[in-house]
Design a protein around this ligand. Sequence first.
Ligand SMILES: [Zn+2]
Length: 144
Amino acid sequence: MGLFGSTSARHDKTFEVEHSEEEWRRRLTREQYRVLREHGTERAGTSPLDREKRTGTFHCAACEAPLYSSEQKFDSGTGWPSFWRPLEGAVETSTDRSFFMVRTEVHCARCGGHLGHVFNDGPPPTGLRYCMNGVAMRFKPTED
Ligand SMILES: [Zn+2]
């Protein structure tokens, strides 16, 4: 440990659910691992969750934490499941400077798994567009 320690956050941060990268590899599919642990992006239009219209909750595919309600979902036309607000405290954000852009990265507050990005061109009431990778989530319909 150096005198000044490391300040750049993410990898030093601890989450409620933590596993070694080897363990995550075992728990997740290859595509889930690529998105959740390596900040990958699924191809637009490939996730069935983009077209999911039922009432229910979208959970983190890595740790099962509830992230979004179907009431917060809207059709952004981008080919990725999009939401105007997450469930309270469900996600956290960090600054992403990859690909020569400054974007706001969104990850699961419980396990740190990368979910997508948030943009300022969403609908009311928040004006936000949480652009999520469907492969990073699991949909659980409300039972009636
Ligand atoms: Zn999670």
